[in-house]
Structures are given as C-alpha cells and as structure tokens.
Ligand binder design. Structure first.
Ligand SMILES: Cc1ncc(COP(=O)(O)O)c(C=O)c1O
Length: 424
C-alpha cells in the first residue's frame, strides 16, 4: 500500500499519517528544486489568475516567449528553435518525427532507421518505447512497437554498461550510414542503466559521423538536462552540440507537465514552413500555466547558479557514497555525474529486479525515497539524485538513512571492512 501524500516542503514529503520522507531521488529525478519553492508557486498563482490556457495556434504567451529565449541562450551552439510538449516521451516522439520528416523533406525517404543504445530509456509512448533499450518496460508490447519505428540497437561489450566508440562505429557500419535517420543517446543514463555515463569520446565521434553521413544526433537530456549533472546539459561535458536536444523533467521541476525539443537552426531551415506547422503538436503543450512554471524554474536555476552548485554538492555526495560502498558488500559501484548518481548493486541474476526493489522498500521504512533502475543483473541499481538545491546537511542526512537502509537489507558488513571504513 502506498502512503497518501499530504504536503511537501523542500526535500521533504509528508504523508497523511504525519510521516516524513527525505526525497533522495527528486521523485522520478524531476523535482529538481524540491517542494513548495515560493519563486515558482507564486509565479504560477499569478499566471493562474491571469490565464491558464490559450491554444498554441491562436496565441503565444509572455512566459513562453521568455522561456524560449532563456533556453536557447543556455543551450550550446545554434539550438535556436523550441517546440514544446508535455512529457519526456512526447518530446522524444517529436524528435523521432522531426528526424523522419527532415530526411523526407530532402527526398531521402530511405534514411529512416533510428539507432539507439541498450540499455537506454526514452519513454513509454510507442515510438519512444520502440527506441528504448529497456526490455522490462517493452515486455509484451512487441506487436505494438514493431511498426512504430525502424530502430536498431547498439549494445555495450560484455561486462560494460555503455557502448564504446568502436561498438557505435560498428553498429553504424552494419546499418549502413545512408539508411540512418538519427542516433538517440542519453549522455548520462537513468532508469535503464542507473546513471551510467557515456564516454565523452562517444558523443564527439557520433557528432563527427553525423556530420559526415548526414544523420541527426539527438540528445535525450530529459533527465540530464538543466543542471542535473553539474553542467547546463549532459552534452556540455563532451563539448558536443546535438542537432536535437530533448528536455523534460527538471524544466518545470514537477510543478507542471512540460518538456521541450530544441532544434538546430540548420535543421529548422531545411523546411520551407515553421517547425510548428511541420510537427503539429499536443493540445496542452506550452500552455501559459506550464510555461510560467518552466520560466520560474529556469530563472531559479540561473539565479542560484545551480550547475556550479551541483558540481560541489555532487562531489560531496559522491565521497559519502563511496564510503558507504566500502562498508556494504551489496554495493558494486558508485556511478554518475553531478547529482545524477546511482549505487550499482550486486544483483541475483535469478531475481531481477530484486535487490534494488528490496533497497527501495528498506529505504522507505527509513523515511528515504530512492529510485530503482536497471534492466538486468549487470545494470541493477538505485538512483541517488536529490534536488539540486539540497544543502550539505540534507545530503548527509540522506546518506545516514541510506546507510541504515543498506544495513537493514543485508547482514552487517564484515568486521574487517567496517574497521577499515572507521579509520578513514
Ligand atoms: C532519459 C529519459 N527520456 C525520456 C523519459 C520519458 O519521460 P516522461 O516520463 O516524462 O515521459 C525519461 C523518464 O524517465 C527519461 O529518463
């Protein structure tokens, strides 16, 4: 039975029985500012009193225009066009549609294969799920997904979590580059790999190959975008500008449904009409209320220089998690970037997901929320991804509760490991 939520305050959520839960995973790695942030809620209240909805083909709104200006200023390179959607899945769907239409527009209809990675997660709508390397979430849906997209998958080498440069090159050669419409990649993984980081050399090589062969590079920054990894965007760590960047989750930080697809000027220029009339869209997309929430969130991120803050707090949290890893044999590794972190777990291959769900349950008993991730024993993990404005004391409280959760999950660490940890 799930608890009934009563209210939230900063990194804390409370249920109707008065129990407090420290949010160690920002909901689904989306409530990036925590709960009840006045700068956001008051802006939303003002907008609600003014107008909640105006249809995107009839009006734009001041918060939407301003949000687009902010996003295109923050984004690298010439990602100068923004198309709004309501969820990460819809954003990915839109990116897939755009890649297909882009090649059709230039009389290259044969360029229709999309290459993605397994593990990866791009969303639950049919196209996004077809593009996802997440067998657990695809289970039973193959008949629905088969015709949704022509998708190929690149897989990491045995024992690795992400594909390396050679694996990507080989996959592209096998498909034949002239068939390739787009490559979709998560700079840092989420639900599928548990914060496994793509080698920056992979992103750089994909950029080169995209330029050479004319396919589009799509960065799925739904989770990693807008400060989560200690940079404005996950791609920034590699110095790479994608052709399409999809933002979601943290863009309105859980205050309203909103996502955005940023498109390079060169791609938009391939059409003889505005992108909005190429792509069509969704009824609620970019409505004034969601736009106000998004604008207030992004302005908060800018005003508090959140990427720099996440670099510092991410380093601090990582060190604390490494100490935990040394104390608890069930922890295989600590991975991720910034505050998009995860504990890789030693899983039982006969029962996956298993240990991650046990840990999430044990943590909830300790008043701590964690997000389970992984598609198999190799990737099984829990994400540790607190709000980006968490204080040091809050991060330490998180680790204390996580330590207790791990202890309640397995017998105490071997005495010699414990003694060793105590000497640090
Ligand atoms: C990288 C990534 N892409 C896409 C999605 C789908 O987003 P949504 O759940 O908002 O549809 C998610 C959600 O977890 C995600 O992590």
């Amino acid at each position: 039975m799930l608890p009934t939520v009563s209210h939230g305050d900063g990194v804390w959520l409370y249920d109707t029985d008065g129990r407090a839960y420290l949010d160690g995973c920002s909901g689904a790695v989306n409530t990036n500012l925590g709960h009840g942030v006045r700068e956001v809620t008051s802006r939303m209240r003002e907008q609600m009193d003014a107008v909640c909805f105006a249809y995107r083909t009839q009006f734009t709104s001041q918060p939407l225009t301003e949000l687009s200006r902010r996003l295109t200023e923050l984004a690298p390179g010439s990602l100068g066009h923004v198309q709004y959607t309501n969820s990460g899945s819809e954003g990915i769907e839109t990116a897939l549609r755009l890649a297909t239409l882009y090649h059709a527009e230039a009389y290259r209809p044969f360029k229709c294969t999309v290459l993605t990675e397994e593990p990866s997660y791009h969303g639950m709508t049919a196209g996004a799920l077809a593009a996802s390397g997440h067998p657990v979430r695809r289970r039973g849906l193959v008949p629905l997904l088969a015709n949704q997209a022509t998708v190929a998958k690149v897989r990491p080498r045995h024992g690795e979590l992400r594909a390396d440069v050679e694996q990507w090159e080989r996959a592209i050669e096998e498909i034949r580059p002239h068939n390739l419409a787009a490559v979709v990649i998560e700079p840092v993984g989420g639900a599928s790999s548990g914060a496994a980081v793509s080698d920056p050399a992979v992103l750089r090589r994909l950029r080169e190959l995209a330029d050479r062969h004319g396919f589009l590079l799509v960065a799925d920054e739904v989770m990693s975008g807008l400060g989560r990894t200690g940079a404005w965007f996950g791609c920034d760590h590699a110095g790479v500008v994608p052709d399409i960047m999809v933002l979601g989750k943290g863009i309105a930080a859980g205050y309203a449904p909103l996502s955005a697809v940023l498109v390079r000027d060169e791609v938009a220029a391939a059409f003889d009409r505005p992108l909005s009339s190429v792509l069509f869209g969704h009824t609620m997309a970019g409505a004034p209320l969601a736009a106000a929430a998004g604008l207030a969130t992004v302005e908060y991120l800018i005003a508090h220089d959140i990427p720099a803050r996440v670099q510092r707090s991410g380093r601090h949290l990582r060190i604390l998690l490494e100490h935990l890893a040394a104390r608890h044999p069930v922890v295989r590794d600590v991975r991720g970037l910034g505050l998009q972190l995860a504990l890789g777990l030693h899983a039982d291959p006969a029962r996956t997901p298993g240990v991650s769900l046990d840990l999430v349950t044990a943590a909830r008993d300790q008043g701590l929320l964690l997000y389970p991730a992984g598609i198999d024993a190799r990737t099984e993990s829990v994400m540790v991804a607190p709000p980006l404005n968490s204080t040091e004391a809050e991060l330490e409280e998180l680790v204390l509760r996580l330590d207790r959760s791990l202890s309640s999950l397995v017998p105490d660490p071997a005495p010699q490991v414990r003694d060793l940890a105590a000497t640090r």
